[in-house]
Ligand binder design. Structure first.
Ligand SMILES: [Zn+2]
Length: 163
């Protein structure tokens, strides 16, 4: 009998802010402004957290790690992802694979995609070849096209541990 599987989706967007270092998928990137907001504002890690939590119907990042809690100010989002995966495990699920698309005009995601996938995979508890990170642009249209910020969509598949 095959294990029960589920899928979840995550979306996130953050505005550029010169005040910080850009962190995407746990990888620091120089030469591009950082992002404003919650924790370290790792928009890729946040979308993956929501995809993973969504697959197991365990809530969302804003509910589990509220930005009103000073504990999460400048938090390392890779550690939040690790915590989300631990919650998943406690509920009887493990990650099968994750696919994410980062939407921005810059930086060029392909230059960092392998390293991002490795960082995410380590936190997800899976081999790096089960994590896909892709870049796309919106061809100058909308807020990512005007380089106001970065958006990410992610999907995660999980399976029952004892399924
Ligand atoms: Zn976020």
């Amino acid at each position: 009998m095959s294990a029960a599987t589920r899928v979840g989706i995550g979306f996130d967007a953050h505005r550029f802010s010169g005040a910080r270092t850009l962190v995407l998928g746990g990888v620091e990137i120089q030469g591009v402004p950082g992002l404003q907001g919650y924790s370290d504002s790792d928009v890729l890690a946040h979308a993956v957290i929501d995809a993973v939590l969504g697959a197991a119907a365990l809530g969302d990042i804003g509910r589990l790690y509220p930005d009103t809690d000073p504990m999460y100010e400048n938090a390392d989002s890779i550690e939040l992802l690790r915590d989300a995966v631990a919650r998943l495990g406690a509920a009887g699920w493990q990650v099968v694979n994750v696919d994410a698309t980062v939407i921005c005009e810059r930086p060029r995601i392909s230059e960092y995609a392998g390293e991002m996938a490795e960082r995410l995979a380590a936190a997800l508890g899976v081999a790096a070849d089960r994590v896909s990170v892709k870049g796309s642009t919106s061809e100058g249209m909308g807020f990512t096209g005007r380089e106001e910020g970065i958006a990410t969509i992610a999907i995660a598949q999980v399976e029952g541990v004892d399924g």
